[in-house]
Design a protein around this ligand. Structure first.
Ligand code: B12
Ligand code: SF4
Length: 356
């Protein structure tokens, strides 16, 4: 019979950067629509796989000079190419040993979750939607930060996730008991260009007997800004999208916002369709542009975790090397970014040298 150790070792050999195994009973209390036990009632375990997003893929956005790498390789490629291959290989191992394996990638939401009609009384509508951050917590891979992102001790917020649901009764890992990662520094809140966090509003739930709390993310604001950026942090924003985003990030949730969202395509589609850089990203690989470069919830968080020395993936140099760039609002892609001012002399000298 295949063991937990074999599954983990094999997943790492196949290319996963993180593996954890959770007991399906830990989903007790999940809302009907988010309960994976309805997908496979006989399932015993969930295998969580984490795929690092290279720190280098945030570099071009940090410098303001190369934005395509993160959405292409840190987003679309992991979700739709790399993770599915590893999911397939590990599922093969389980099925070769006589256990069923359901690979679950980050796709279901695009097809439409909870869209169909329940096929039995008391059942959820198809498709059941797995909450990845909660699932990773259940697999013992780390914790959920105030930012709402899942944090691992290896990479902090810097990974994407994928899962296998199986009836193989392999040994489950305990919930994460390592050193606490999120210390409520609130840098995610301060550096989020969408103003998507109100530190006073949080969500508190109990997962597998453990209380978990995170910020109640304003996903309308994030949905527009994470892909198209905010006026001062996106070199690609047409003026009318900049105006829309400005209004969105200053209009509180509630009646006023509802009025703003009732007519038109909604923040996600509007930002994507009206920002040529993002609509081309969508056309090319069916994923958003990710122009924000997750400025608060990933970059600021990672910088802080690295400064505290709590992450296992260590680097020779700190991530933030120079003062972050910031555009004067109202500028469009026709004008040079103000960030050029922040380019240090030695780098400019090197550029001249290479240009010779
Ligand atoms: C839609 C989506 C988005 C949307 C909306 C996000 C949102 N609503 O939170 C937008 C576009 C804004 C977005 C942005 C980003 N996303 Co996103 N996103 C998703 C996706 C596909 C679904 C999330 C979602 O909507 N969940 C459903 C909502 C309704 O859940 P909720 O309200 O939080 O859940 C409640 C209940 O459902 C209940 N519940 C559900 N299950 C269970 C189980 C138990 C036991 C219990 C008790 C309760 C319970 O608990 C919650 C509290 O009430 C996930 C993949 C996935 N399948 O999880 C990726 C995912 C969360 N995104 C990811 C990433 C990386 C990002 C960005 C960083 C992208 C970027 N900028 O490059 C940002 C980060 C934003 C942030 N700070 O969280 C990664 C996160 C990885 C990580 N390290 O945590 C994921 C997991 C995708 C992946 N392949 O790994 N995202
Ligand atoms: S992705 Fe950008 S807009 Fe969304 S929460 Fe993170 S920092 Fe804020």
């Amino acid at each position: 019979m295949v063991t937990a150790e074999q599954v983990k070792q094999f997943a790492l050999e196949c290319g996963a950067d993180l593996v954890g195994i959770g007991d399906m009973d830990r989903f007790e209390g999940a809302p009907l629509q988010n309960d994976p036990r309805y997908i496979f009632p006989e399932a015993k375990r969930m295998i969580g796989l984490g795929f690092r997003i290279h720190r280098g893929l945030f570099r071009g956005i940090e410098e303001g000079t190369y934005f395509a790498g993160l959405p292409a390789l840190g987003y679309a490629n992991i979700n739709d190419v790399y993770a599915p291959v590893v999911l397939r290989e590990v599922s093969n191992l389980l099925e070769d040993n006589g256990f069923e394996a359901i690979p679950y990638q980050n796709t279901s939401i695009r097809l439409g979750c909870a869209q169909g009609t329940p096929v039995r009384e008391g059942y959820p509508k198809p498709d059941v939607f797995l909450h990845f951050r909660i699932a990773a917590f259940i697999c013992g891979m780390g914790e959920i930060g105030f930012s709402k992102l899942f944090l691992s001790p290896q990479f902090g917020p810097r990974q994407r996730l994928a899962f296998i649901i199986t009836d193989a009764p392999i040994e489950a890992d305990p919930l994460y008991e390592g050193p606490p990662l999120c210390d409520r520094c609130m840098r995610c809140v301060a550096e989020c260009p969408a103003n998507a966090y109100d530190p006073e509003r949080t969500v508190k739930i109990t997962i597998a007997g453990r209380g978990v709390e995170w910020a109640d993310l304003d996903s309308d604001r994030c949905a527009a800004v994470y892909q198209a950026g905010a006026p001062e942090y996106s070199p690609f924003l047409p003026d009318h999208v900049a105006e829309y985003i400005e209004k969105l990030r200053t209009t509180p949730r509630g009646e006023e916002r509802t009025e703003m969202l009732t007519y038109g395509p909604g923040p996600f589609s509007f930002a994507r369709d009206e920002t040529p850089y993002c609509s081309k990203a969508w056309e090319s690989y069916h994923h958003p542009g990710a122009i924000c470069g997750a400025r608060g919830c990933t970059r600021a968080c990672m910088i802080h975790l690295e400064e505290r020395g709590v992450l296992q993936n260590k680097f020779e140099k700190p991530f933030r090397i120079r003062k972050p760039w910031r555009l004067e609002t109202g500028k469009t892609d026709a004008e040079p970014p103000a960030a050029v001012e922040d380019c240090p002399g030695d780098l400019r000298a090197q550029q001249t040298k290479h240009g010779e």
